[in-house]
Design a protein around this ligand. Structure first.
Ligand code: M6R
Length: 612
């Protein structure tokens, strides 16, 4: 939520910031703005809407500046408009600030400031924090760094902030708690951003700032301190990311590119880990903690959104293969209830971004209770990756489209390998079945490729049903979470109301929705429940619902019951979710396109949900 960029050095700051904001737009696109230090003064430009609108507004302006900060917003406090856009300026006009996060006690701070004569020009918590810093600076007659440190001790909530000061023309001061910050180290220049994508074309050397740290950033100096004013040694990491990975590479949208990348991202995830011929799975994070994992009394999976759906598939797979009880929790619920977490429990955290606020806090709570945390994360070096005791990266590469696609199949691949490895160690799976599943997993990239070759069939189906107002997605067993995922994808990308249900549960309520206008998507690949789901199709057909089915090649019965069918290659039922989700991703993409929606930036959403 919200993307932030900063630059200090010899280059023109504005082009660096503008390009960076475009890369971070997936984090929010309600408004955009920049603050530039121009001829000894801070100039602030901001505008409701996407970064392109800001760019257009600034054509022809003199933006000459070697230092600046920029922001792309996902609104929390105050509606998306010009006034509430960042950067904000302090009352005396000498400070400018951008913020990603939420200041929870802003109302209390605002009252204090109002009593001291402050007035506000926006509805944001950010302007409150900024003026609170200014107030402390003026009252204590201290420097900005000290004022910030004092202010942050009073603040509750989450933040990553970048501050610039008119009288300090080459210094950006940054601080983080709960929202990400990466600093790129160039030659005589520094770049600051919410993730590494705005930085990689300038330098590969970065520092991930930790919670409760302050960074004082000048062109040729980076000082990190904790809130106690003690210096912290910056830990420099080399970025392993290619520029091409964050560009569209000839596709119309990131979402389409990311869907079509899946044969190679799944391959990358398996590569070096799965050796189907040798019958081995090498995952150091699992191997180093194998005793803990295989002897777990219980596994709790914590995640949100699509990652939560990956957790549901994992629940079915782990219970089947490893015979360990699994519970899957929404992070947002887990963090606020009083969950029972015991020492022998293992927590698996699943997150694409590694920055989801609810997941992060839920993990902190579980850690306090002594749980062992295993992170299944895509974004390398992200907060969840860093707070986990062990983990495995999904290696899907940067995912820019708001809809999670390749990250999901990466999560499934990692979780399947984990389950297989643990089951093999525990001897809860026969050697033959283990070997069969290894070979099948190995074949997934090729099968996904075969599915994608028929994408045009899904496009035709999407165009046919694009005007439906509701959709129902049904699946059983391993395909039930895929039905949920199909419904979520369609909602977020096409704005069509969609519900996912276990197919048999449908007759306990949702069947009342069925009439000749309701498209019902059956995820009905060949598995042990196939005959049952065919009966569910009959039930829908009898009520004149429009059946779209995702079936296994060679199925001759389902097509006779369906209005539209899409076939995928045969696979073991445990592996099938990695394939059956692909046509549903395409369905949502093509429906969104047919409805003229900006599929990479659908309304109200943000890629990385760093507020609760
Ligand atoms: O980065 P995370 O995996 O933790 O994000 C979780 C959800 O916010 C995310 O999966 C969201 O539901 C996606 N927009 C779904 O496509």
């Amino acid at each position: 939520m919200c993307g932030i960029v900063g630059y200090t050095g010899p280059r023109q700051a504005y082009p660096v910031i503008l390009k960076g904001l475009k890369r971070l737009e997936y984090r929010g696109y309600d408004s955009a703005g920049v603050a530039l230090l121009h001829e000894g003064k801070i100039d602030v430009y901001k505008k409701k809407g996407k970064v392109a609108g800001l760019e257009e507004m600034l054509v022809g302006k003199n933006l000459d500046a070697n230092m600046g900060i920029g922001h792309t917003r996902w609104a929390t406090h105050g509606e998306p408009n010009d006034r509430n856009a960042h950067p904000h300026s302090s009352s005396n006009g000498k400070l400018a600030m951008i913020h990603n996060g939420i200041i929870e006690n802003y109302a209390q701070l605002k009252n204090e400031l109002i009593k001291n004569g402050y007035t506000f020009t926006s509805d944001t918590d950010t302007e409150v924090l900024l003026n609170f810093i200014e107030y402390i600076q003026t009252n204590n007659d201290c420097g900005l760094e000290e004022a910030l440190r004092i202010a942050l001790k009073r603040v509750t909530g989450a933040y990553c902030i970048l501050l610039m000061e008119q009288d300090n023309p080459d210094t950006i001061i940054a601080a983080r708690k709960g929202s990400p910050l990466v600093i790129g180290i160039g030659k005589g220049e520094h770049f600051l951003a919410s993730d590494a994508s705005p930085i990689i074309e300038y330098t590969k050397e970065v520092v991930y700032v930790n919670d409760y740290e302050l960074a004082i950033v000048k062109p040729d100096e980076l000082i990190l301190k904790n809130l106690g004013n003690e210096k912290v040694t910056p830990y420099i990491t080399k970025l392993d990311m290619q520029l091409a990975a964050i560009e569209k590479g000839g596709y119309d949208h990131f979402m389409l590119k990311e869907i079509f990348e899946q044969p190679s991202t799944i391959h990358d995830c398996l590569r070096g880990r799965l050796d189907a011929q040798a019958g081995t799975i090498t995952m150091s994070g699992v191997q180093e903690h194998i005793e803990q994992l295989k002897n777990a009394n219980r596994i709790m999976i914590i995640a949100c959104g699509t990652s939560w759906h990956a957790g549901l598939v994992a629940e079915y797979v782990i219970e089947e293969l490893c015979r360990i009880p699994v519970e899957v929790e929404y992070a947002s619920e887990f963090r606020y209830r009083n969950p029972i977490v015991n020492k022998g429990d293992v927590i698996i955290a699943i997150s694409q971004s590694g920055e989801t606020a609810d997941t992060l806090v839920a993990l902190d709570r579980a850690k306090e209770n002594g749980a062992f945390i295993f992170g299944v994360v895509n974004a390398v070096g992200s907060s969840i990756a860093r707070i986990s005791h062990a983990g495995a990266y999904t290696h899907a590469g940067p995912e820019i489209g708001v809809a999670s696609t390749k990250a999901f199949t990466g999560q499934l691949a990692v979780l399947m390998m984990m389950a297989l490895k643990i089951a093999n160690e525990k001897k809860t799976i026969t050697a033959e079945y283990y070997q069969k599943l290894l070979l099948e997993l190995n074949d997934v990239p090729e099968k996904v490729d075969a599915i994608l070759k028929n994408a045009a069939e899904i496009k035709t189906i999407a165009e046919k049903y694009k005007d439906a107002t509701d959709f129902l997605f049904l699946g059983r067993g391993y395909n039930f979470p895929i039905a949920l995922e199909g419904a979520l994808k369609l909602k977020e990308i096409s704005y069509i109301h969609a519900e996912g249900y276990p197919a048999a549960e449908m007759k306990h309520g949702p069947i009342a929705l069925v009439d000749e206008n309701l498209p019902v998507v059956f995820v009905a690949t060949k598995d042990s429940y196939h005959e049952k789901i065919v009966s569910n199709m009959q039930e829908i057909k009898a009520r004149k619902g429009k059946i779209i089915s995702i079936i296994t090649e060679g199925d001759t019965i389902s097509p006779t019951l369906s209005n539209d069918c899409f076939s995928i290659p045969p696979a073991d039922e445990l592996i099938a979710p990695l394939l059956s989700v692909i046509p549903l991703q395409l369905l949502s993409y093509y429906t969104g396109i047919a409805k003229g929606i900006d599929v990479d930036k659908p309304r109200n959403l943000a890629k990385s949900v760093t507020v609760e």
